[in-house]
Write a protein that binds this ligand. Sequence first.
Ligand code: MG
Length: 388
Amino acid sequence: MSITRLTAIVLAAGSGSRSGGAMPKQYRMLGGKSVLAHSVAAFLAHPKIDEVLLVIAPDGEAETRAALGTLADQVGFVAGGAARRNSVGNALRLLAADPAPPSHILVHDSARPGLPAAVIDRLVAALDKGAVATMPVLPVVDTLIDAPGNVVDRSSLHRVQTPQAFDFKVLVAAHKAWTGPEEPTDDAQMVRALGHEVMLVEGDAALEKITLPGDHERMERLLTGHLISRTGMGFDVHRLEEGEELWLGGLLIPHSHGLSGHSDADVAIHALVDAILGALAEGDIGSHFPPSDPRWRGARSEAFLRFAAERVAARGGIIDHADLTIICEAPKIGPHRDAMRARLAEIMGVPVDRVSVKATTTERLGLTGRREGIAAQAVATIRLSTES
Ligand code: MG
């Protein structure tokens, strides 16, 4: 059966912290984004994946959205169950209720953040060849012994990874048919119990599961070791006018004057966007959002910042840090500093401790000193893949 709609289910309902750390491992930061965000981004970026459905803890949507940042609006959510089988089952029931359910399905464990596009390619190729079930495996290279110390023949053994891919109807049938009593360790086991063959494709070392203390740090080195650091700077000025709204650093700030310009004229965000685009060497804000384009008249500048952050993510990069200086006599920035940092961090999808906001005056000299306008400058440090 040919692939007409391919849905990726990502299991992220776990509360386990066996790998160390206070929070569930799928929410921990790994090279600039959460463990969960890595595999979600890999699926969203793959042209063969039509949609991503996340299975989350029943009360975990807010925490999951925070861990996903800007990716949260591009995925669906369903509440998980008591065991892995129940969690996948909930997702399958939701999809089966759709008038046009998926033809095929991938089931992935969010604790395996290093998901190469090549593994998805191999699974899709296996489905295209008619496999009803397929999964990535790696050979066992270490010598294996049993408890008495006898060497076990490893030639027929494999280490099983996810995502595992299935014909949707076959997986639904396997879930319905499973009677236990024991819980299956994965979906392939359930499909095999129905008598289906599971085609094996080559896995990837980057797909190792984060399970034990030390795994997280090892995965971070693996996923970010090839990235190189780049820095960009940005500068902008907008005119202050009476009666305009003052949008600054993503906030609407009460003030007698506001900034005028084609968009909301948020000079701080504009400087920051140019800093990120500069680090990417992808032009400037004017080349992406020209003032001549009526679409950007009165537009909220946070859309420009979200775009810049998404460009970094699209090139496999990380925003390491952003430092912003706002130059004006008034209003006072200090009382708004922390709210501004939080808002900018939220828009860029990074932790707040990676965003700095500073302010200065020009001792009443020049255009900012005469309160004719507000200026802002920004520096952004990002890490980018050498291959992008
Ligand atoms: Mg501007």
